[in-house]
Design a protein around this ligand. Structure first.
Ligand code: HEC
Ligand code: HEC
Length: 284
């Protein structure tokens, strides 16, 4: 049986319980969270500058700017309309850029390979001659000539979203024959070489794969799907950060060299000890 004095307290607590339960209703928390996310997302989408240079996103002024830059810096070798120039004796001053896409331009100009200074066996990495805005304009112009591979989005090249171990396997299967097991690079035939991949930005690694500069093959999404490309990027970034295990960098030739050194030194020490023991015991 309840005591009469407990009744008002009970009513009050029931009321406050009802209030607080409404305030702390699990759906209320979710509703607030959703509202906040929508507001932030909307504000971000409205305010963030679009970094993409895809043909539909590129404005006609950007394409016009690119066309002007192209006429001054690139047309002497690639032709005024990017159709390429072949001299009468058959030497190619510059190949056609119809259909190479924004990614090829962003890679070639963004790594300083283009504009090429002189016809060499291989376009080399040089200080970059254009700023980001100009590179985006040049890319937009070439992409407007014909569809081709686009510059990847930032989240597609984020090394932290890749699997390092899988990337290592993929790299050894697809890239190591030219670039070496940890991407130090190596010589190819005819005076060409596969460059070292240390310090290459994730975006340019991705673009190299989808455009296949020079002697490098194109790795499209059928050969290496986008997630696998991200794994390869994660692997390449991890070998850059990794200090040489064991202190001494023995040419980074991998576990074989390290094992060999351990074996040679280990066996040498054992032989030395055995000789010492034998000479001592035979003397006494
Ligand atoms: C001195 C001549 C020369 C100039 C100037 C030049 N290029 Fe090139 N370009 C070449 C040659 C030769 C190649 C092919 C050699 C190679 O890929 O290593 C090439 C390759 C390219 C490629 C790669 C095409 C592909 O199939 O992937 C792109 C993209 C490119 N150039 C863009 C440009 C742009 C943009 C400019 C101006 C900023 C420019 N080039 C200036 C000679 C030139
Ligand atoms: C057949 C040999 C070959 C294979 C296989 C190959 N590459 Fe290349 N790679 C090259 C050559 C040659 C160049 C230099 C192109 C140039 O200078 O225009 C290059 C350039 C690059 C660059 C540009 C480096 C820089 O200095 O800007 C990157 C990044 C790259 N390769 C990544 C890869 C990855 C990742 C793979 C595997 C998915 C791969 N390559 C497979 C030959 C190869």
């Amino acid at each position: 049986m309840k005591s009469p004095s407990s009744r008002p307290a009970g009513r009050r607590s029931r009321l406050s319980r009802a209030l607080s339960s409404r305030r702390r209703h699990p759906l209320a928390a979710i509703a607030v969270l959703v509202a906040v996310l929508f507001t932030c997302g909307g504000a971000y989408a409205a305010l963030a500058p679009s970094a993409s240079v895809s043909t539909d996103a590129a404005s006609s002024t950007q394409i016009d700017d690119g066309k002007k830059l192209f006429a001054v810096g690139c047309a002497s070798c690639h032709g005024l309309g990017g159709e390429g120039i072949v001299k009468e004796d058959g030497t190619v001053l510059g190949p056609s850029l119809i259909g190479v896409g924004a990614a090829a331009v962003d890679f070639q100009v963004g790594t300083g390979r283009m504009p090429m200074a002189a016809p060499n066996a291989q376009a080399e990495r040089k200080p970059v001659a254009y700023n980001d805005e100009q590179i985006a304009a040049l890319s937009a112009y070439v992409a407007s000539l014909a569809p081709g591979p686009d510059v990847p989005d930032e989240e597609d090249v984020d090394p932290s979203a890749g699997d390092v171990a899988r990337g290592g396997e993929l790299f050894r299967a697809n890239c190591a024959q030219c670039h070496n097991t940890t991407g130090q690079g190596g010589a190819l035939s005819m005076g060409q070489y596969a460059p070292s991949l240390t310090g290459v930005s994730p975006k340019h690694i991705y673009e190299a794969m989808i455009t296949g500069p020079q002697a490098m093959p194109v790795f499209n999404d059928e050969t290496i799907p986008a997630q696998d490309k991200q794994d390869i990027i994660a692997f390449l970034k991890s070998v850059e950060e990794e200090p040489n295990p064991g202190g001494l960098g023995i040419g980074r030739a991998g576990p074989v060299a390290e094992g060999l050194w351990a074996w040679l030194i280990g066996i040498g020490v054992l032989i030395g000890m055995a000789t010492w023991i034998v000479t001592r015991s035979s003397k006494s």
